[in-house]
Design a protein around this ligand. Structure first.
Ligand SMILES: [Zn+2]
Length: 303
């Protein structure tokens, strides 16, 4: 069994760590509570160092967290999701170009597709695809206004007669109540020799370690799982996937969205309050580069 000194705890976290009796959702080993965020205990696995939170109640988690407020109500989600369409399309196209170094375009399922702007970017890059989105209002927008094949529903309940060449999950893994069930489901939806693209936050990044419990991605109950490239590789490895490539995404953020996030965080820390005040002068329509050291993407191939 590992000692506290071998975990990525900061000294302050280590002094507060308590054995929780809650099993790690990745490897089933025991976990310790490292701190509380928004009144929710954040656990760290004593074996694989995965960090996670348990949702207050499992039933209806997806519907509750991804209601219309997530896309249009500010807070931890979007101030106005539709205003980010061009940035999201460009993000999808960047991935299509980056993946072209490793794989031929084919069929893609974008999980957590929202209205499908990222999917549109993939399609511009030669892919043909479908999206899966729990929020019916944005999924309907994608179907009716953008003419895309977006299904309303969760990954757990989705099935397809034809498996896909690629399943993409861009900033989705952190939201699952049961990440093993999600990885198993993804594996069943990918053809043998097909791929899975993950983009998620890196709990072992310099930024996450430096900010400790103030790191912006500790935002339960919307986010419940905090991965690293190592834990992602281990989890998907159990379901037949091997990493092919990984990197740090280039990301742009709409200033209106950044300001909305900062306003949401201003109540939590003095630094965020200062930043929120300073950012108020930036026009909402401006696109800002996001320093994405704490994000990573990984392309994995199914054997
Ligand atoms: Zn574990």
């Amino acid at each position: 069994m590992r000692t506290i000194q071998q975990t990525p705890f900061t000294t302050a976290e280590a002094s507060r760590a308590t054995v929780s009796g809650v099993a790690c959702p990745l490897c089933a080993a025991a976990s310790q509570i490292v701190f509380d965020k928004h009144g929710v205990p954040i656990h760290e696995c004593s074996t694989c160092s995965h960090r996670f939170a348990q949702p207050p109640e499992c039933d209806g988690h997806v519907e509750r967290v991804y209601g219309d407020d997530y896309f249009f109500g500010g807070g931890a989600g979007y101030d106005d999701y539709l205003s980010e369409s061009a940035l999201l399309r460009a993000h999808g196209l960047r991935y299509a170009k980056r993946l072209a170094r490793h794989i031929e375009p084919g069929t893609v399922l974008d999980v957590g597709a929202a209205a499908g702007f990222v999917l549109q970017g993939f399609c511009e890059g030669g892919w043909s695809g479908q999206g899966l989105e729990p929020n019916d209002a944005v999924a309907k927008y994608g179907r009716e206004t953008l003419g895309l094949n977006i299904h309303t529903g969760s990954l757990e309940d989705f099935s397809s007669a034809e498996p896909f060449d690629l399943v993409s999950m861009i900033q989705v893994m952190g939201h699952f109540v049961d990440p093993r069930e999600a990885a198993d489901k993804v594996s069943s939806l990918v053809k043998p020799g097909g791929h899975c693209l993950i983009e998620t936050w890196n709990v072992r990044s310099w930024t996450a370690r430096a900010f400790g419990h103030s790191w912006h991605e500790y935002s339960p109950p919307s986010v419940l799982q905090w991965f690293s490239p190592e834990t992602t590789t281990a989890l998907f490895g159990e379901f037949g996937f091997t990493p092919v490539a990984k990197g740090i995404p280039q990301k742009w953020l709409n200033a209106g969205h950044a300001k909305s996030l900062l306003r949401h965080k201003a109540s939590e820390s003095f630094l965020a309050k200062l930043a929120s005040g300073a950012a108020a002068v930036i026009p909402d329509s401006l696109n800002l580069p996001y320093p994405s050291e704490d994000l990573f993407w990984m392309l994995l191939r199914k054997s």
